[in-house]
Every structure is written in structure tokens, then in C-alpha cells.
Design a binder for this molecule. Structure first.
Ligand code: FES
Length: 98
């Protein structure tokens, strides 16, 4: 094993986990996690920041009821109850003017 420097300045982990009907709620099924991931990825690309900020799908972060959930690394900032209409606000928190 080797330690390495991260390839990107920041990572945006968007939970897209899906659970079946009748199970615990999930960001990808009960909330907008999957669409949010796609919209944020596109917005970062349009902002010309795709070489600095990586938007990645995440598995369950175990705060499912607070979904949709986003985690910024390395800031360790958590965003809960994120809606599709919050994309501009998420970009602002990343220091990007939308
Ligand atoms: S399903 Fe997203 S935090 Fe658990």
C-alpha cells in the first residue's frame, strides 16, 4: 500500500444509494440523489472546474432520513435535505458563482 496526494482539490460525494420499496428511505430512491449527482457534475463541468472538483457518487452515508445528502472533502462539510433547486447554493458553498 502507498499513500498518495488526492488527484483533485475537492471531492463532492453525493449519496445515490437506492433501497427497495418498504426498506429504510434512501437518497437515490426516496430523494433526488441520482438526479442531484448528474446536475452537479454537469454544473461543475460548465463552470470549468471539472479538473479541480470531482463529483462522485457515494454509497450510503448512514444519515438516510436527512437526504438527499452531500459530503465535501477535504472540508468535511455535510449538506442535508438537498433539493434539485439547491444546485446553485451548493456551487456557492464550493466557491463557484452560478
Ligand atoms: S441512503 Fe443516502 S445516506 Fe443512506
Amino acid at each position: 500500500m502507498e499513500s498518495a496526494k488526492p488527484a483533485f482539490e475537492k471531492y463532492v460525494f453525493v449519496c445515490t444509494n437506492e433501497r427497495a420499496e418498504g426498506e429504510r428511505v434512501s437518497c437515490g430512491k426516496s430523494f433526488c440523489g441520482k438526479e442531484l449527482h448528474a446536475k452537479l457534475k454537469e454544473a461543475i463541468k460548465l463552470a470549468g472546474m471539472a479538473d479541480k472538483i470531482r463529483v462522485s457518487k457515494s454509497g450510503c452515508l448512514d444519515v438516510c432520513e436527512e437526504g438527499a445528502n452531500i459530503l465535501f472533502y477535504p472540508e468535511n462539510i455535510w449538506l442535508n435535505h438537498v433539493e434539485l433547486s439547491d444546485v446553485s447554493a451548493v456551487l456557492e458553498k464550493l466557491g463557484i458563482k452560478a
